[in-house]
Write a protein that binds this ligand. Structure first.
Ligand code: PLP
Length: 356
């Protein structure tokens, strides 16, 4: 039995990826050993790491100055590792405050230097993306969370800035076309659009490194990981392997261009239903709606529990909203087929017909 999995992360992966990964658990690459048992310095794994890094480069169309790293610690470690490497004491970094994750990032940066909140949407519980703000030129970098997983908002227009741009793309990396070369550093936990939990993607422009005066502990120094081609210590081998398989899958689907069209179609379908169905309404401002995390509530909150139970019976899982927003959140990342979104829409219609 397979359910319709709308979890926000970890979230669903393509079936063919899971199938190949399950085979590798028993016998990897005909070696007579599980992938969990091979050396991270074996030729077989070196190839996996090299292919994964190359696929990221290719899919994001990165220029030569970028390095691609697969690190430990989740996106949350990047909240600290970014300022550790980029922000000296006394210097100022700018942060766009668009929700919980942006806040966690800026809180960590305050441990290293000054933080200026350039714009915030806290006044309306982060249901929109700030529009007019000025980015001071003295900032060491500007940090943006391109998709706000909890609130279902997304930057559809990346701000044009003259300072280095750092992005947390944990919940929309590889989902849409962007000029990724405009960024100085991009990071993303794998567990939404790239693979399982346990590995974090970092894409960094080499030229921005080496400019802080503090000493950086070895494991937190991006330059160490660059020098060792992302195998300074034992990497999360299985998580990197599954990420590589997912990136291969994405390439076979036609890459970021093709997946973007599918993601747009899925999001349009679901938002249309939310707007037309008298029982539901969206929580994010329409112009800033996320194409990855669709957040909505019921006009009559007393029906929410019943709708959730109904979904469970219909094998629709993972749509309970985050407690800070309430209601529902359907996460429709790259691996989610449109058929599951159609199924959810049909279920919402049925519920409306029987509860109208
Ligand atoms: N940033 C964003 C946008 C997220 O959605 C999340 C988790 O959902 C995180 C950061 C934290 O990621 P991790 O659990 O990998 O530290």
């Amino acid at each position: 039995m397979q359910v319709h999995n709308f979890n926000a992360g970890p979230s669903m992966l393509p079936n063919e990826v899971l199938y190949k990964a399950s085979k590798a658990l028993i016998d990897f690459d005909g070696l007579g050993m599980s992938i969990l048992e091979i050396s991270h310095r074996s030729e077989a794994f070196l190839q996996v790491m090299a292919e994964a890094r190359q696929l990221v480069r290719e899919l994001l169309q990165l220029d030569e100055d970028f390095e691609v790293l697969f690190l430990h610690g989740g996106a949350s470690t990047q909240f600290m590792q970014v300022p550790y490497n980029l922000l000296d004491a006394g210097e100022t970094a700018g942060y766009l405050d668009t929700g919980v994750w942006a806040n966690r990032a800026l809180k960590e940066a305050r441990l290293f230097g000054n933080v200026e909140v350039v714009a915030s949407s806290a006044d309306r519980n982060y249901c929109y993306i700030p529009k007019s703000f000025t980015v001071p030129k003295h900032l060491k970098y500007l940090h943006i969370t391109t998709n706000n997983t909890i609130y279902g908002t997304q930057w559809h227009q990346i701000p044009e800035v003259e300072v280095p741009l750092v992005a947390d793309m944990s919940s929309d990396i590889f989902s849409r076309r962007l000029d990724f070369n405009k960024f100085a550093l991009i990071y993303a936990g794998a567990q939404k659009n790239m693979g399982p939990a346990g590995v974090t993607l970092v894409v960094v422009r080499k030229s921005i490194l080496g400019k802080v005066s503090r000493l950086i502990p070895t494991m937190l120094d991006y330059r160490v990981h660059i020098q060792h081609e992302s195998i300074y210590n034992t990497p999360p081998v299985f998580a990197v392997y599954i990420s590589m398989l997912t990136l291969r899958w994405l390439k076979e689907q036609g890459g970021v261009d093709a997946i973007e069209k599918r993601n747009e179609a899925k999001a349009a379908l679901l938002y249309r239903e939310i707007d037309e169905n008298p029982l539901f309404r969206g929580t994010a401002d329409p112009a800033d709606r996320s194409r990855m995390n669709v957040c909505f509530v019921m006009n009559d909150p007393s029906l929410e529990k019943e709708f959730l139970e109904f979904c469970k019976k219909e094998d629709i899982v993972g749509i309970k909203g985050h407690r800070l927003v309430g209601g529902f959140r359907a996460s429709i990342y790259n691996a989610m087929p449109i058929e599951s979104v159609e199924y959810l829409v049909e279920s919402m219609r049925y519920f409306a017909r029987t509860h109208g």
